[in-house]
Design a protein around this ligand. Sequence first.
Ligand code: ATP
Ligand code: ZN
Ligand code: MG
Length: 302
Amino acid sequence: MSREQEQKVFLDNLLEHGFFIPMGEPGLFGRTSKFENIIKGLEALIVSATGEEEVTYFPPVMPRKILEKSGFMDSMPHLAGLVHCFCGNERELPALKEKMANKEDWGQMLSMTDLSHAPAACYPLYPTLSGTLPAGGRLVHLGTTCFRHEPSPDPTRMQSFRMRELVRVDSADNVLDWRESWFERAIDFLQKLGLKPERVEASDPFFGRGGRVMANNQREQKLKFELVVRVYENGPLLAVMSLNYHQDHFGTQFEIKTADGETAHSGCMGFGLERIVLALIQRHGYDVSAWPSEVTALLGLS
Ligand code: ATP
Ligand code: ZN
Ligand code: MG
């Protein structure tokens, strides 16, 4: 089977076995409680594996300023989603209605608002940390619904998906030590669920030719690692978690200082919730009641 066929079979099965409800756009799914119960179990397991019970939930939208200030629009503008609205007056409304009725592009009648979608869980956090961190820095557990404009027929590549992230902000040494301490633990976390993760050096999908240079730098400096699993025989491996080091990028942009007065460094570890659950379904089958009892026990499903 080709990669495209495998993706289609997987999606058809997810629909047929009642995990997803199609919404008419690629990468956008309604999720049934059959799927969500696994997500809930996974979230509880993340809390117990990390020991981080306090979770901060930012809404799926954030100030647009963060996209601008963080450099996201320079490096990955093609993935961003901005919130627009009709800010016109009554005189302008008929033109909008007419364009809609004629199925013309009515986007030009809209204006940008001050909000954008969150492309990853950690972006809304940094402005809240502006100033001086307490001694020992901060470790924050986040849960956010993210948007990325990457429509795909592959059900593992969604436009709207949830991420749990742990974000560590402190000196470079402390952030790197923290990330180092998680490589084995993160692999162990996934293995306990029956997955067979591999750790690979990775880069972000930066835009354009300049982006290739950025991606090479990211790999050379070992800034990004992904834990990947095989879900398709012929497709690329699937990143279910990532462990990133941002150097002092966000510390500089959002004026975050360590207790010693240095510009703070940061790193984050992201759990792709839907992707982990999809990898579990692919591994253990569409009948959750037939999953290995160790796995259902861990997820609170037995
Ligand atoms: P990929 O390499 O597959 O594009 P990524 O490197 O862009 O993923 P990150 O930016 O590191 O992913 O995001 C953290 C985690 O969020 C990923 O490890 C993955 O599990 C999940 N994730 C990223 N993009 C998507 C998506 N489009 N749909 C579902 N989950 C996603
Ligand atoms: Zn992050
Ligand atoms: Mg990647």
